[in-house]
Design a binder for this molecule. Structure first.
Ligand SMILES: Cc1cc2nc3c(=O)[nH]c(=O)nc-3n(C[C@H](O)[C@H](O)[C@H](O)COP(=O)(O)OP(=O)(O)OC[C@H]3O[C@@H](n4cnc5c(N)ncnc54)[C@H](O)[C@@H]3O)c2cc1C
Length: 353
């Protein structure tokens, strides 16, 4: 196969770049390792509603995502936050109304964030988006770059955009080898939220709301450390989700984790929480399309992201990095995925080889 620009990774960044190349009538292919687009954006369907198991929020002051949602004609709503907050101490004692910060003022997508990536994917002709197609090797030649996929297919392109976490990209076989400092820069960039896991409990009735609780909770006991309402914009089924605070190595016994999550929900929100209709779990730390072993180490603060010098102008600008981790202003966030795609577009279209 032959194309002008090969984009590797159909997360928000790769999809956004592909949609812009499509609009400009450029030749491109978008290849994705998973059997679905979206990357870290993952909305699970249950009884007609969508529940975000990856990112859930965007925020005021993020111009690209706001403009994209408007352009695609999609709906958004404010995170539910009416009512008292809950706090659980180390012994499991619960207090109400403690003044920690909730996610009040954050925005969520109607239909989950996959509504955004599905709408972008719908703008890309079917023959330009190859799912279940992991790229395993990239080889530079006099005429461009050849990508080899896991099934042995070769795709020749003038330029290649790596729209995936740099740590994940570093497992691709590059020929010739990337400079040592480029490889070190790639493996040194922690993938945002890659070590996280989420639990989400679905109920017919939002019993916490009727009890005057927002669903926001902080816990020093765990296993969930931060909990929020995850219900759809209107109607049910309703849901609470929490970030698991246990380190990845300590949360691999799924049965035990499920049991501990349910017990904690009862401690925090009462006996109505005992029997969720469904309890969904997603552990990103063990998902090889998002995380490497190094991502199992905790990241305590938001890293300083951006494109390191060592990752700029690689292979005479035929190898271009996108993905949220290389966004200078909003790195790590959904907004950063769009920011990085914007910067990659300039390198693809304007800067000549
Ligand atoms: C649990 C969790 C919660 C989060 N919460 C928020 C939030 O509330 N708000 C927010 O702004 N951000 C949040 N984030 C971060 C947000 O998800 C990311 O900023 C964003 O989704 C990154 O998009 P991306 O396109 O840069 O990368 P990705 O979504 O990681 O896309 C990369 C794509 O490349 C594919 N790929 C990997 N290897 C290959 C290969 N060899 N060949 C082909 N394809 C490959 C992957 O399958 C993936 O689809 C959260 C992330 C997680 C995990």
């Amino acid at each position: 196969m032959q194309t002008q620009t090969l984009i590797i990774g159909a997360g928000l960044s790769g999809l956004s770049l592909a949609a812009q190349l499509e609009e400009q009538d450029q030749k491109y292919l978008l290849v994705e390792a998973r059997d679905r687009p979206g990357g870290r954006i993952l909305s699970e369907r249950f009884e007609g509603a969508s529940f975000d198991m990856g990112p859930a929020w965007f925020w005021p002051g993020q111009p690209r995502i706001a403009a994209l949602i408007e352009r695609l004609g999609l709906g958004w709503f404010e995170q539910y936050s009416a009512g008292a907050l809950s706090f659980e101490d180390e012994s499991g004692r619960v207090e109400r109304g403690r003044g920690f910060s909730s996610m009040q003022g954050s925005y969520r997508m109607q239909g989950g964030l996959a509504a955004l990536t599905d709408a972008l994917a719908a703008q890309i002709p079917q023959q330009n988006l190859l799912l279940s197609t992991p790229v395993t090797a990239l080889t530079r030649s006099a005429t461009g770059v050849t990508a080899t996929t896991r099934s042995g297919q070769a795709i020749h392109a003038g330029k290649v955009v790596l729209a995936l976490p740099p740590r994940i990209a570093s497992s691709i076989l590059f020929s010739p080898n990337l400079p040592r400092e480029t490889q070190a820069a790639m493996t040194g960039i922690a993938t945002w939220m890659a070590g996280q896991a989420k639990a989400l409990a679905i109920y017919d009735i939002p019993f916490w709301r009727t009890a005057g609780l927002s669903g926001d909770a902080m816990s020093r006991r765990g296993p969930m450390v931060e909990i929020h309402d995850a219900s759809p914009a209107n109607g049910g089924p309703y849901a609470l989700f929490g970030f698991i605070g246990l380190p990845p190595q300590a949360r691999q016994d799924e049965q035990r984790l499920r049991q501990a999550v349910q017990e904690q929900l009862v401690r925090l929100f009462g006996p109505d929480a005992e029997a969720p209709k469904a309890l969904l779990l997603k552990d990103w730390a063990f998902d090889p399309c998002t995380s490497v072993v190094a991502d199992q180490q905790p990241v305590y603060a938001h890293p300083q992201y951006g494109l390191p010098q060592a990752m700029a102008n690689i292979w005479g600008n035929q190898l271009i990095f996108s993905g949220t981790e290389v966004a200078p202003q909003f790195g790590g966030y959904l907004e950063g995925a769009l920011e990085a795609a914007e910067n990659a577009l300039i390198r693809v279209v304007i800067e000549k080889v």
